[in-house]
Design a protein around this ligand. Structure first.
Ligand code: FAD
Length: 467
Protein backbone atom coordinates (compact mmCIF):
# COMPACT_ATOMS: atom_id res chain seq x y z
CA UNK A 1 0.00 0.00 0.00
CA UNK A 2 0.92 3.65 -0.03
CA UNK A 3 4.04 4.93 1.68
CA UNK A 4 3.60 7.96 3.91
CA UNK A 5 5.79 10.41 5.74
CA UNK A 6 5.20 12.38 8.92
CA UNK A 7 7.15 14.46 11.42
CA UNK A 8 6.40 12.31 14.46
CA UNK A 9 5.18 8.72 14.65
CA UNK A 10 4.00 7.48 18.05
CA UNK A 11 3.88 3.73 18.54
CA UNK A 12 1.04 3.03 20.99
CA UNK A 13 -2.10 4.99 21.85
CA UNK A 14 -2.10 4.71 25.67
CA UNK A 15 -1.82 7.71 28.01
CA UNK A 16 1.86 8.12 27.17
CA UNK A 17 1.37 7.81 23.41
CA UNK A 18 -1.83 9.76 22.92
CA UNK A 19 -0.65 12.69 25.07
CA UNK A 20 2.70 12.77 23.23
CA UNK A 21 0.81 12.77 19.91
CA UNK A 22 -1.46 15.64 20.95
CA UNK A 23 1.39 17.73 22.38
CA UNK A 24 3.49 17.21 19.22
CA UNK A 25 0.50 18.28 17.10
CA UNK A 26 0.02 21.36 19.30
CA UNK A 27 3.64 22.23 18.51
CA UNK A 28 2.93 22.15 14.79
CA UNK A 29 4.12 18.65 13.89
CA UNK A 30 2.32 16.27 11.54
CA UNK A 31 1.64 13.27 13.76
CA UNK A 32 0.64 9.64 13.25
CA UNK A 33 -0.25 7.49 16.24
CA UNK A 34 -0.24 3.73 15.66
CA UNK A 35 -2.57 1.70 17.90
CA UNK A 36 -3.43 -1.94 17.32
CA UNK A 37 -6.49 -2.09 19.58
CA UNK A 38 -9.93 -1.19 18.30
CA UNK A 39 -9.98 1.70 20.75
CA UNK A 40 -7.52 4.34 21.84
CA UNK A 41 -6.49 4.87 25.46
CA UNK A 42 -4.27 1.84 26.08
CA UNK A 43 -4.17 -0.18 29.26
CA UNK A 44 -5.24 2.76 31.42
CA UNK A 45 -8.49 3.58 29.68
CA UNK A 46 -9.45 0.09 28.49
CA UNK A 47 -8.29 -2.38 31.15
CA UNK A 48 -6.61 -0.38 33.89
CA UNK A 49 -7.19 2.92 35.69
CA UNK A 50 -10.65 3.76 34.36
CA UNK A 51 -12.56 0.44 34.53
CA UNK A 52 -11.01 -0.41 37.90
CA UNK A 53 -12.09 2.95 39.32
CA UNK A 54 -15.59 2.48 37.88
CA UNK A 55 -15.90 -0.87 39.69
CA UNK A 56 -14.42 0.58 42.88
CA UNK A 57 -17.06 3.33 42.74
CA UNK A 58 -19.95 0.89 42.28
CA UNK A 59 -18.74 -1.50 44.96
CA UNK A 60 -18.18 1.42 47.35
CA UNK A 61 -21.80 2.59 46.90
CA UNK A 62 -23.01 -0.98 47.37
CA UNK A 63 -21.10 -1.39 50.60
CA UNK A 64 -22.35 1.97 51.84
CA UNK A 65 -25.95 1.03 51.08
CA UNK A 66 -25.57 -2.33 52.75
CA UNK A 67 -23.46 -1.49 55.74
CA UNK A 68 -23.21 2.22 56.48
CA UNK A 69 -26.43 3.88 55.28
CA UNK A 70 -28.47 2.80 58.30
CA UNK A 71 -26.26 4.89 60.61
CA UNK A 72 -27.38 7.93 58.60
CA UNK A 73 -31.02 6.90 59.08
CA UNK A 74 -31.30 5.68 55.51
CA UNK A 75 -32.85 2.29 55.04
CA UNK A 76 -33.43 0.31 51.88
CA UNK A 77 -35.29 -2.86 51.14
CA UNK A 78 -32.96 -5.73 50.34
CA UNK A 79 -29.80 -4.28 48.82
CA UNK A 80 -28.64 -6.33 45.84
CA UNK A 81 -25.91 -6.09 43.24
CA UNK A 82 -26.67 -6.62 39.54
CA UNK A 83 -23.21 -7.58 38.29
CA UNK A 84 -24.21 -7.36 34.62
CA UNK A 85 -25.51 -3.80 35.11
CA UNK A 86 -22.33 -2.88 36.98
CA UNK A 87 -20.21 -4.13 34.07
CA UNK A 88 -22.40 -2.32 31.53
CA UNK A 89 -21.92 0.95 33.38
CA UNK A 90 -18.16 0.34 33.56
CA UNK A 91 -18.06 -0.49 29.82
CA UNK A 92 -20.02 2.70 29.02
CA UNK A 93 -17.57 4.77 31.06
CA UNK A 94 -14.63 3.15 29.24
CA UNK A 95 -16.26 3.66 25.82
CA UNK A 96 -16.92 7.35 26.55
CA UNK A 97 -13.27 7.84 27.52
CA UNK A 98 -12.03 6.05 24.39
CA UNK A 99 -14.29 8.21 22.21
CA UNK A 100 -12.93 11.23 24.05
CA UNK A 101 -9.40 10.39 22.93
CA UNK A 102 -10.63 9.92 19.34
CA UNK A 103 -12.27 13.35 19.54
CA UNK A 104 -9.02 14.89 20.80
CA UNK A 105 -7.13 13.31 17.89
CA UNK A 106 -9.60 14.80 15.41
CA UNK A 107 -9.41 18.18 17.13
CA UNK A 108 -5.60 18.23 16.95
CA UNK A 109 -5.42 16.58 13.51
CA UNK A 110 -3.52 13.55 14.76
CA UNK A 111 -3.86 10.61 12.36
CA UNK A 112 -4.72 7.30 14.02
CA UNK A 113 -3.13 4.46 12.01
CA UNK A 114 -5.12 1.47 13.24
CA UNK A 115 -2.96 -1.63 13.21
CA UNK A 116 0.15 -3.22 14.61
CA UNK A 117 3.32 -1.27 14.01
CA UNK A 118 6.78 -2.71 13.48
CA UNK A 119 9.73 -0.37 13.91
CA UNK A 120 12.49 -0.84 11.37
CA UNK A 121 15.81 0.94 10.97
CA UNK A 122 15.83 4.53 9.76
CA UNK A 123 12.55 5.36 11.52
CA UNK A 124 10.50 3.35 9.05
CA UNK A 125 7.39 1.78 10.56
CA UNK A 126 5.21 -0.84 8.90
CA UNK A 127 1.63 -0.81 10.10
CA UNK A 128 -0.39 -3.94 9.50
CA UNK A 129 -4.14 -3.43 9.68
CA UNK A 130 -6.58 -6.15 10.79
CA UNK A 131 -7.33 -7.00 7.14
CA UNK A 132 -3.63 -7.65 6.50
CA UNK A 133 -2.87 -4.53 4.48
CA UNK A 134 0.43 -2.88 5.31
CA UNK A 135 1.14 0.85 5.22
CA UNK A 136 4.72 2.03 5.55
CA UNK A 137 5.43 5.31 7.32
CA UNK A 138 8.72 7.15 7.47
CA UNK A 139 8.99 9.57 10.38
CA UNK A 140 11.57 12.17 11.31
CA UNK A 141 11.10 11.18 14.97
CA UNK A 142 9.61 8.07 16.56
CA UNK A 143 8.23 7.75 20.09
CA UNK A 144 7.93 4.20 21.46
CA UNK A 145 4.96 4.04 23.84
CA UNK A 146 4.07 0.36 23.71
CA UNK A 147 3.25 -0.03 27.42
CA UNK A 148 3.52 -3.11 29.59
CA UNK A 149 2.09 -6.62 30.00
CA UNK A 150 1.10 -8.46 33.18
CA UNK A 151 3.64 -10.98 34.49
CA UNK A 152 2.33 -14.55 34.75
CA UNK A 153 3.51 -17.18 37.22
CA UNK A 154 5.34 -19.91 35.26
CA UNK A 155 3.05 -22.70 36.52
CA UNK A 156 -0.14 -20.63 36.29
CA UNK A 157 -0.63 -19.12 32.81
CA UNK A 158 -3.49 -16.69 32.32
CA UNK A 159 -6.66 -18.14 30.76
CA UNK A 160 -8.79 -15.14 31.87
CA UNK A 161 -11.44 -17.62 32.99
CA UNK A 162 -10.04 -19.13 36.22
CA UNK A 163 -6.56 -17.59 36.19
CA UNK A 164 -6.97 -13.88 35.67
CA UNK A 165 -4.82 -10.89 34.87
CA UNK A 166 -6.29 -7.41 35.28
CA UNK A 167 -8.19 -8.02 32.03
CA UNK A 168 -10.19 -10.98 33.36
CA UNK A 169 -10.53 -9.57 36.88
CA UNK A 170 -12.36 -6.55 35.47
CA UNK A 171 -15.05 -8.69 33.86
CA UNK A 172 -15.78 -11.54 36.29
CA UNK A 173 -19.43 -12.29 35.43
CA UNK A 174 -20.63 -13.13 38.95
CA UNK A 175 -19.42 -12.48 42.48
CA UNK A 176 -16.83 -15.21 43.11
CA UNK A 177 -17.20 -17.52 46.09
CA UNK A 178 -13.49 -17.30 46.82
CA UNK A 179 -11.11 -15.06 44.90
CA UNK A 180 -7.43 -15.50 45.65
CA UNK A 181 -5.26 -12.54 44.73
CA UNK A 182 -1.58 -13.33 44.28
CA UNK A 183 0.32 -10.11 44.97
CA UNK A 184 -0.43 -7.50 47.64
CA UNK A 185 0.42 -4.48 45.50
CA UNK A 186 -1.85 -1.74 44.20
CA UNK A 187 -3.67 -3.67 41.46
CA UNK A 188 -4.28 -6.73 43.65
CA UNK A 189 -5.60 -4.70 46.58
CA UNK A 190 -7.86 -2.50 44.43
CA UNK A 191 -9.45 -5.34 42.49
CA UNK A 192 -9.53 -7.56 45.57
CA UNK A 193 -11.41 -4.78 47.38
CA UNK A 194 -13.99 -4.58 44.59
CA UNK A 195 -14.94 -8.24 44.82
CA UNK A 196 -14.74 -8.37 48.63
CA UNK A 197 -17.17 -5.46 48.88
CA UNK A 198 -19.54 -7.29 46.57
CA UNK A 199 -19.51 -10.36 48.83
CA UNK A 200 -16.62 -12.60 47.76
CA UNK A 201 -14.22 -14.15 50.23
CA UNK A 202 -10.90 -12.65 49.17
CA UNK A 203 -7.50 -13.97 50.17
CA UNK A 204 -4.41 -11.93 49.31
CA UNK A 205 -1.15 -13.89 49.14
CA UNK A 206 2.01 -11.77 49.29
CA UNK A 207 5.53 -13.15 49.18
CA UNK A 208 7.12 -10.18 50.97
CA UNK A 209 6.71 -9.59 54.72
CA UNK A 210 4.22 -6.75 54.11
CA UNK A 211 1.69 -5.58 51.53
CA UNK A 212 2.22 -2.43 49.43
CA UNK A 213 5.98 -2.63 48.90
CA UNK A 214 7.59 0.80 48.57
CA UNK A 215 5.03 2.65 50.71
CA UNK A 216 5.84 4.24 54.10
CA UNK A 217 5.96 1.59 56.83
CA UNK A 218 3.42 3.36 59.11
CA UNK A 219 0.99 3.78 56.22
CA UNK A 220 1.34 0.09 55.34
CA UNK A 221 0.64 -0.90 58.95
CA UNK A 222 -2.52 1.23 59.06
CA UNK A 223 -3.66 -0.10 55.66
CA UNK A 224 -3.04 -3.70 56.65
CA UNK A 225 -5.10 -3.21 59.81
CA UNK A 226 -7.96 -1.52 57.91
CA UNK A 227 -8.10 -4.15 55.15
CA UNK A 228 -8.07 -7.06 57.62
CA UNK A 229 -10.88 -5.38 59.58
CA UNK A 230 -12.88 -5.22 56.35
CA UNK A 231 -12.45 -8.97 55.94
CA UNK A 232 -9.57 -9.30 53.47
CA UNK A 233 -7.63 -12.43 54.43
CA UNK A 234 -4.06 -11.17 54.00
CA UNK A 235 -1.26 -13.76 54.00
CA UNK A 236 2.13 -12.06 53.96
CA UNK A 237 5.47 -13.85 53.79
CA UNK A 238 3.63 -16.57 51.88
CA UNK A 239 4.70 -18.24 48.66
CA UNK A 240 2.51 -19.81 46.00
CA UNK A 241 4.27 -23.08 45.19
CA UNK A 242 1.90 -24.81 42.81
CA UNK A 243 -1.57 -24.91 41.34
CA UNK A 244 -4.11 -27.24 39.79
CA UNK A 245 -6.55 -25.55 37.47
CA UNK A 246 -9.86 -27.40 37.15
CA UNK A 247 -12.93 -26.49 35.14
CA UNK A 248 -14.59 -24.52 37.92
CA UNK A 249 -11.89 -23.99 40.50
CA UNK A 250 -8.19 -23.58 41.14
CA UNK A 251 -6.42 -25.42 43.93
CA UNK A 252 -3.57 -23.18 44.96
CA UNK A 253 -0.73 -24.50 47.06
CA UNK A 254 0.83 -21.98 49.38
CA UNK A 255 3.63 -22.16 51.92
CA UNK A 256 4.60 -19.99 54.87
CA UNK A 257 7.59 -20.79 57.09
CA UNK A 258 7.52 -24.39 55.84
CA UNK A 259 3.81 -24.88 56.62
CA UNK A 260 1.84 -25.88 53.53
CA UNK A 261 -1.83 -25.21 52.78
CA UNK A 262 -4.11 -25.58 49.79
CA UNK A 263 -6.54 -22.75 48.95
CA UNK A 264 -9.69 -23.74 47.07
CA UNK A 265 -10.56 -20.74 44.87
CA UNK A 266 -13.04 -20.39 42.08
CA UNK A 267 -10.85 -17.68 40.54
CA UNK A 268 -7.26 -16.50 41.00
CA UNK A 269 -6.06 -13.02 40.13
CA UNK A 270 -2.32 -12.97 39.50
CA UNK A 271 -1.09 -9.41 40.14
CA UNK A 272 2.62 -9.88 40.76
CA UNK A 273 3.79 -7.03 38.54
CA UNK A 274 4.06 -5.88 34.95
CA UNK A 275 6.88 -6.00 32.43
CA UNK A 276 7.76 -3.69 29.52
CA UNK A 277 6.02 -4.73 26.27
CA UNK A 278 8.25 -4.31 23.24
CA UNK A 279 5.74 -5.49 20.68
CA UNK A 280 6.87 -4.54 17.18
CA UNK A 281 10.26 -3.37 18.43
CA UNK A 282 13.11 -5.85 17.99
CA UNK A 283 15.58 -4.19 20.36
CA UNK A 284 18.43 -6.50 19.51
CA UNK A 285 18.10 -6.13 15.75
CA UNK A 286 17.70 -2.36 16.05
CA UNK A 287 20.52 -1.96 18.58
CA UNK A 288 18.14 -0.36 21.10
CA UNK A 289 19.65 -0.39 24.60
CA UNK A 290 17.52 -1.98 27.34
CA UNK A 291 17.81 -1.82 31.12
CA UNK A 292 17.96 -4.75 33.55
CA UNK A 293 14.19 -5.28 33.56
CA UNK A 294 13.86 -5.15 29.80
CA UNK A 295 12.79 -1.49 29.86
CA UNK A 296 13.98 0.86 27.14
CA UNK A 297 16.86 2.95 28.48
CA UNK A 298 16.15 6.67 28.26
CA UNK A 299 17.75 9.90 29.42
CA UNK A 300 15.89 12.74 31.16
CA UNK A 301 14.69 13.94 27.74
CA UNK A 302 13.28 10.50 26.88
CA UNK A 303 15.96 9.87 24.24
CA UNK A 304 16.86 6.23 23.64
CA UNK A 305 20.21 4.92 22.39
CA UNK A 306 18.91 5.27 18.81
CA UNK A 307 19.03 8.64 17.07
CA UNK A 308 15.65 10.41 16.92
CA UNK A 309 13.92 7.54 18.73
CA UNK A 310 12.31 8.28 22.11
CA UNK A 311 10.56 6.00 24.64
CA UNK A 312 7.97 6.94 27.24
CA UNK A 313 5.56 5.38 29.74
CA UNK A 314 5.57 1.84 31.08
CA UNK A 315 7.94 0.59 28.37
CA UNK A 316 10.56 3.00 29.71
CA UNK A 317 10.28 1.55 33.23
CA UNK A 318 10.20 3.45 36.53
CA UNK A 319 6.82 4.09 38.14
CA UNK A 320 4.16 2.34 36.06
CA UNK A 321 1.62 5.13 36.28
CA UNK A 322 -0.53 6.85 33.67
CA UNK A 323 0.34 10.40 34.77
CA UNK A 324 4.06 9.58 34.68
CA UNK A 325 3.57 8.24 31.12
CA UNK A 326 1.67 11.41 30.15
CA UNK A 327 4.36 13.73 31.50
CA UNK A 328 7.06 11.77 29.70
CA UNK A 329 4.97 12.06 26.53
CA UNK A 330 4.88 15.85 26.89
CA UNK A 331 8.64 15.98 27.47
CA UNK A 332 9.39 13.80 24.41
CA UNK A 333 7.14 15.92 22.17
CA UNK A 334 8.66 19.17 23.44
CA UNK A 335 12.23 17.93 23.03
CA UNK A 336 11.42 16.89 19.46
CA UNK A 337 10.09 20.41 18.88
CA UNK A 338 13.35 21.87 20.15
CA UNK A 339 12.16 22.95 23.61
CA UNK A 340 14.37 22.54 26.69
CA UNK A 341 12.04 20.10 28.47
CA UNK A 342 13.25 17.37 30.81
CA UNK A 343 11.68 14.95 33.26
CA UNK A 344 12.22 15.03 36.96
CA UNK A 345 10.75 12.30 39.05
CA UNK A 346 10.91 13.77 42.56
CA UNK A 347 7.27 14.80 42.88
CA UNK A 348 5.18 12.14 41.14
CA UNK A 349 2.23 11.08 43.27
CA UNK A 350 1.12 7.46 43.59
CA UNK A 351 -2.39 6.52 44.73
CA UNK A 352 -4.10 3.33 45.87
CA UNK A 353 -7.86 3.70 45.39
CA UNK A 354 -8.93 1.35 48.16
CA UNK A 355 -10.93 2.54 51.17
CA UNK A 356 -9.27 4.12 53.00
CA UNK A 357 -7.39 5.56 50.07
CA UNK A 358 -3.60 5.74 50.18
CA UNK A 359 -1.44 8.37 48.49
CA UNK A 360 2.22 9.22 48.53
CA UNK A 361 4.70 11.59 46.99
CA UNK A 362 8.44 11.99 47.47
CA UNK A 363 10.63 10.28 50.04
CA UNK A 364 9.38 8.07 52.85
CA UNK A 365 10.79 8.81 56.30
CA UNK A 366 12.95 5.70 55.99
CA UNK A 367 14.29 6.62 52.54
CA UNK A 368 15.12 10.14 53.71
CA UNK A 369 17.00 8.87 56.78
CA UNK A 370 18.78 6.18 54.75
CA UNK A 371 19.86 8.95 52.36
CA UNK A 372 21.66 10.59 55.29
CA UNK A 373 19.17 13.40 55.91
CA UNK A 374 17.98 14.61 59.26
CA UNK A 375 14.23 14.88 59.07
CA UNK A 376 11.31 16.20 61.06
CA UNK A 377 7.98 14.43 60.79
CA UNK A 378 4.48 15.80 61.36
CA UNK A 379 1.43 13.58 61.63
CA UNK A 380 -2.24 14.33 62.03
CA UNK A 381 -5.09 11.81 62.24
CA UNK A 382 -8.42 12.15 60.43
CA UNK A 383 -10.12 11.18 63.72
CA UNK A 384 -9.33 14.75 64.89
CA UNK A 385 -10.68 16.38 61.72
CA UNK A 386 -14.23 17.74 61.89
CA UNK A 387 -15.14 17.09 58.26
CA UNK A 388 -13.92 13.49 58.41
CA UNK A 389 -16.08 12.94 61.47
CA UNK A 390 -19.19 14.34 59.77
CA UNK A 391 -18.60 11.83 56.99
CA UNK A 392 -17.95 8.99 59.44
CA UNK A 393 -14.58 8.47 57.73
CA UNK A 394 -12.07 9.00 60.48
CA UNK A 395 -9.59 6.19 59.70
CA UNK A 396 -6.05 7.19 58.77
CA UNK A 397 -3.70 10.11 58.95
CA UNK A 398 -1.40 12.40 57.00
CA UNK A 399 2.33 12.22 57.58
CA UNK A 400 4.71 14.86 56.26
CA UNK A 401 8.47 14.46 56.10
CA UNK A 402 10.57 17.62 56.02
CA UNK A 403 14.29 18.38 56.06
CA UNK A 404 15.21 19.18 59.67
CA UNK A 405 17.55 21.99 58.71
CA UNK A 406 15.73 23.78 55.89
CA UNK A 407 12.13 22.60 56.51
CA UNK A 408 11.88 21.75 52.77
CA UNK A 409 9.09 19.25 52.23
CA UNK A 410 10.62 15.90 51.22
CA UNK A 411 7.60 13.64 51.19
CA UNK A 412 3.92 13.25 52.05
CA UNK A 413 2.22 9.98 52.98
CA UNK A 414 -1.51 9.85 53.35
CA UNK A 415 -4.09 7.25 54.27
CA UNK A 416 -7.71 8.18 54.75
CA UNK A 417 -10.76 9.66 53.02
CA UNK A 418 -10.20 11.27 49.60
CA UNK A 419 -6.43 11.42 49.99
CA UNK A 420 -6.18 10.82 46.22
CA UNK A 421 -7.29 14.46 45.94
CA UNK A 422 -5.54 15.81 49.05
CA UNK A 423 -2.10 14.66 47.91
CA UNK A 424 -2.13 17.29 45.13
CA UNK A 425 -1.45 20.02 47.69
CA UNK A 426 1.76 18.32 48.80
CA UNK A 427 2.79 17.65 45.18
CA UNK A 428 2.38 21.33 44.36
CA UNK A 429 4.29 22.38 47.47
CA UNK A 430 7.13 20.07 46.49
CA UNK A 431 7.14 21.33 42.89
CA UNK A 432 7.59 24.84 44.31
CA UNK A 433 10.28 23.54 46.69
CA UNK A 434 7.98 24.57 49.49
CA UNK A 435 8.40 23.96 53.19
CA UNK A 436 6.09 22.55 55.81
CA UNK A 437 5.82 26.13 57.08
CA UNK A 438 4.43 27.21 53.68
CA UNK A 439 1.57 24.73 54.11
CA UNK A 440 1.17 25.55 57.80
CA UNK A 441 0.78 29.29 57.07
CA UNK A 442 -1.76 28.70 54.30
CA UNK A 443 -5.41 29.21 55.26
CA UNK A 444 -7.44 26.07 54.62
CA UNK A 445 -11.25 26.22 54.55
CA UNK A 446 -13.13 24.84 57.52
CA UNK A 447 -14.44 22.22 57.81
CA UNK A 448 -12.47 20.37 55.13
CA UNK A 449 -10.34 17.27 55.00
CA UNK A 450 -7.52 19.50 53.77
CA UNK A 451 -7.15 20.94 57.28
CA UNK A 452 -5.48 17.62 58.11
CA UNK A 453 -2.66 18.62 55.73
CA UNK A 454 -2.26 21.98 57.47
CA UNK A 455 -2.25 20.34 60.90
CA UNK A 456 0.34 17.75 59.79
CA UNK A 457 2.50 20.65 58.57
CA UNK A 458 2.02 22.41 61.92
CA UNK A 459 3.01 19.10 63.47
CA UNK A 460 6.38 19.24 61.69
CA UNK A 461 6.90 22.60 63.41
CA UNK A 462 5.82 21.10 66.72
CA UNK A 463 2.65 23.16 67.06
CA UNK A 464 -0.41 21.31 65.75
CA UNK A 465 -3.50 22.98 67.20
CA UNK A 466 -6.29 20.45 67.12
CA UNK A 467 -4.60 17.54 68.86
C1 FAD B 1 -5.75 -2.73 36.70
C2 FAD B 1 -4.86 -1.53 36.52
C3 FAD B 1 -5.18 -0.36 37.16
C4 FAD B 1 -4.39 0.77 37.00
N1 FAD B 1 -4.74 1.90 37.66
C5 FAD B 1 -3.97 3.00 37.53
C6 FAD B 1 -4.33 4.21 38.18
O1 FAD B 1 -5.34 4.28 38.87
N2 FAD B 1 -3.53 5.29 38.01
C7 FAD B 1 -2.40 5.25 37.24
O2 FAD B 1 -1.71 6.25 37.13
N3 FAD B 1 -2.04 4.11 36.59
C8 FAD B 1 -2.79 3.00 36.72
N4 FAD B 1 -2.45 1.86 36.06
C9 FAD B 1 -1.22 1.87 35.23
C10 FAD B 1 -1.49 2.53 33.86
O3 FAD B 1 -2.54 1.85 33.23
C11 FAD B 1 -0.25 2.49 33.02
O4 FAD B 1 0.83 3.04 33.73
C12 FAD B 1 -0.44 3.27 31.73
O5 FAD B 1 -1.49 2.73 30.97
C13 FAD B 1 0.85 3.28 30.91
O6 FAD B 1 0.63 3.99 29.74
P1 FAD B 1 1.47 3.70 28.43
O7 FAD B 1 1.00 4.71 27.43
O8 FAD B 1 2.89 3.63 28.75
O9 FAD B 1 1.07 2.23 27.97
P2 FAD B 1 -0.33 1.53 27.70
O10 FAD B 1 -1.44 2.22 28.37
O11 FAD B 1 -0.13 0.09 28.04
O12 FAD B 1 -0.54 1.70 26.15
C14 FAD B 1 0.27 1.06 25.22
C15 FAD B 1 -0.55 0.88 23.96
O13 FAD B 1 0.32 0.53 22.90
C16 FAD B 1 -0.33 -0.39 22.05
N5 FAD B 1 0.70 -1.09 21.31
C17 FAD B 1 1.72 -1.81 21.84
N6 FAD B 1 2.52 -2.26 20.86
C18 FAD B 1 1.98 -1.82 19.70
C19 FAD B 1 2.36 -1.96 18.34
N7 FAD B 1 3.48 -2.61 17.99
N8 FAD B 1 1.58 -1.40 17.41
C20 FAD B 1 0.47 -0.72 17.76
N9 FAD B 1 0.07 -0.55 19.01
C21 FAD B 1 0.83 -1.08 19.99
C22 FAD B 1 -1.13 -1.25 23.00
O14 FAD B 1 -2.20 -1.87 22.32
C23 FAD B 1 -1.59 -0.22 24.03
O15 FAD B 1 -2.85 0.31 23.71
C24 FAD B 1 -3.24 0.72 36.17
C25 FAD B 1 -2.92 -0.46 35.50
C26 FAD B 1 -3.72 -1.57 35.66
C27 FAD B 1 -3.37 -2.83 34.91
Amino acid sequence: MADRTCDVLVLGGGPGGYVAAIRAAQLGKSVVCVERDRTLGGTCVNVGCIPSKALLETSHHYEFAKQDAAAHGITFGKVAIDVAAMHKRKDDVVAANCKGVEFLFRKHKVTWAQGTGTLKGGNVVDVQAADGTVTTFTAADVIIATGSDPIALPFLPFDEERVLSNVGALRIPEVPRHLVVVGGGVIGLELGSVWRRLGAKVTVVELLPAILPGYDAEIVKEADRAFRKQGLDIRTGTKVTGATVEKKRVLLEIEKDGAKETLDADRVLVAVGRKPALRGVDAKALGLALGPRGEVRVDAQMRTSLPRVYAIGDVAGGMLLAHKAEEEGVVAAEVIAGKPARMHYGAIPAVVYTWPEIAAVGLTEQQAREGGREVRVGKFPFSANGRARTAGESTGFIKLVADARTDTLLGAHLIGPQVSELVAEAVLAMEFRGSSEDIALTVHAHPTLSETMKEAALGVLGRAVHI
